[in-house]
Design a protein around this ligand. Structure first.
Ligand SMILES: [Zn+2]
Ligand SMILES: [Zn+2]
Length: 160
């Protein structure tokens, strides 16, 4: 029985360890919502997107007292309203797709949270916000999982 007694952590094969990885390099936030305290987030496919509105410093002022999730804030709801988006983009409802609406909504919300970032600068939005926008402007045949999802998000906050 080979018994390595060196104190260094040699890569011993891990059997089925319970998912208790903290900051060990893995992405323990992906695929769950343990990080959510607003109750509206859903599991996201990437670490970048796996965060809660309650974790966004710039939104903290809304959570003192009145709101438990940023998706309850009327200002934000306005930013993804159809009227507002159509008004901002100068389009009418026949000229737009839900993808267009989602991108516009993401962009409006990103500007609202972070200020204008300029082209090329992108910051993902909290999961609950992404959910809100997707529910409002769903993709008829889609699952949003996987890379398509990231593309949507990236395009949503970038200058097209
Ligand atoms: Zn949340
Ligand atoms: Zn939230």
């Amino acid at each position: 029985m080979a018994h390595s007694h060196s104190g260094t952590d040699g890569g011993s094969a891990q059997l089925s360890m319970p998912a208790e990885t903290d900051h060990s390099g893995a992405a323990p936030r992906v695929g769950n919502t343990s990080w959510c305290s607003c109750e509206n987030c859903v599991p996201m496919p990437s670490l970048l997107e796996s965060f809660c509105c309650r974790e966004e410093d710039k939104l903290k002022k809304y959570f003192i007292g009145r709101y438990s999730c940023i998706t309850q804030v009327n200002e934000l709801l306005q930013l993804c309203s159809e009227e507002k988006i159509l008004e901002n983009t100068g389009r009418n409802v026949e000229q737009v797709t839900n993808m267009f609406m989602r991108r516009a909504a993401y962009r409006n919300i990103s500007d609202w949270i972070h200020g204008s970032l300029g082209s090329g600068n992108r910051i993902p939005l909290p999961s609950c916000v992404v959910q809100l926008v997707r529910r409002r402007y769903p993709e008829p045949d889609a699952n949003y999982m996987g890379f398509q999802n990231r593309t949507e998000m990236a395009e949503g906050v970038a200058d097209d």
